[in-house]
Design a protein around this ligand. Structure first.
Ligand SMILES: NC(=O)c1ccc[n+]([C@@H]2O[C@H](COP(=O)([O-])OP(=O)(O)OC[C@H]3O[C@@H](n4cnc5c(N)ncnc54)[C@H](OP(=O)(O)O)[C@@H]3O)[C@@H](O)[C@H]2O)c1
Length: 240
């Protein structure tokens, strides 16, 4: 269903981003993914069609890293879909105690780097490319002790709203909801990961929104959990 789609996924070395890469490639797309840890990126694409799965080890936080991503992204240009899945958690702390270094770092990765990468990618995007931001429940409604993580995801929501008003293609926000990944384990160490969805469970909405005919107007905000167990291709079948 995604054959001939060209997709860039950030944060592909782990968790949700890793699952996105695998499922997009399995659905026929050509996917370029990026993160800092090269060995984990290689693990992500192990067993996938080498002609359709590319990696770029790079730090999104640095200009050099973002330039490297843009250079390598030429391999899959024009890009049809970008999923900004990389994210930094930072410490769980009250605002009164929140460390200044983490304040800047988490905002930089979750908000500023998304914007700067988008700016660099524009010449490589198809004119109606789909842009998907991976948000969070605490970005839609702040919660104590989530600090700059919550604030930066709220900023990401704002960025997506502005972009939806400017960009010719669809722009979406997807809140995964609590999902069993290394980030979630760090945020909620007492939680049993078996009690929450795995990354594979929350894929339907990400697959649906990556189609050429996502069937949703730009600016849409989605909760991935609402779509668990649904058929991402069902709308296409109804329409055909
Ligand atoms: N899991 C949940 O419950 C949940 C809930 C709501 C929202 N989210 C969001 O979903 C997205 C994926 O999270 P996850 O749970 O899958 O987390 P994860 O397993 O910790 O993955 C985070 C990814 O971000 C990458 N990343 C972090 N800093 C980076 C940097 N400076 N440069 C490049 N890549 C960087 C990491 O790669 P490297 O470390 O290799 O660089 C990794 O691939 C995030 O945006 C997160 O905020 C998750």
């Amino acid at each position: 269903m995604l054959s001939d789609r060209s997709i860039l996924v950030t944060g592909g070395s782990s968790g949700i981003g890793r699952e996105l890469v695998r499922q997009y490639v399995a659905a026929g797309a050509r996917v370029l993914t990026t993160a800092r840890r090269e060995s984990d990126l290689l693990e992500t694409i192990e067993g996938l069609d080498a002609e359709r799965a590319y990696i770029v080890p790079a730090d999104l936080g640095s200009r050099t890293g973002r330039e490297l991503i843009t250079t390598e992204a030429l391999r899959i240009a024009p890009i049809d879909v970008v999923v900004h899945a990389a994210g930094a958690l930072g410490p769980k702390a009250k605002l009164a105690d929140y460390p200044e270094d983490a304040w800047h770092e988490v905002f930089h990765i979750n908000a500023t780097a998304v914007h700067l990468l988008h700016q660099q990618l524009v010449p490589l995007l198809s004119p109606t490319a789909t842009i998907i931001g991976v948000s969070s429940s605490v970005g839609r409604k702040g919660r104590g002790e989530w600090g700059m993580y919550a604030i930066s995801k709220a900023a990401l929501e704002g960025w997506l709203e502005v972009l939806a008003d400017e960009w010719a293609g669809p722009v979406y926000s997807v809140n995964p909801g609590g999902t069993a990944t290394p980030m979630r384990a760090e945020a909620m160490p007492d939680e049993d990961p078996a009690t929450i969805p795995a990354p594979a469970d929350i894929m339907p909405i990400f697959l649906r929104l990556a189609r050429p005919d996502p069937g949703h107007p730009t600016g849409g905000k989605f909760d991935a959990r609402d779509h668990v167990g649904t058929d991402p291709w069902s709308l296409a079948r109804t329409e055909s």
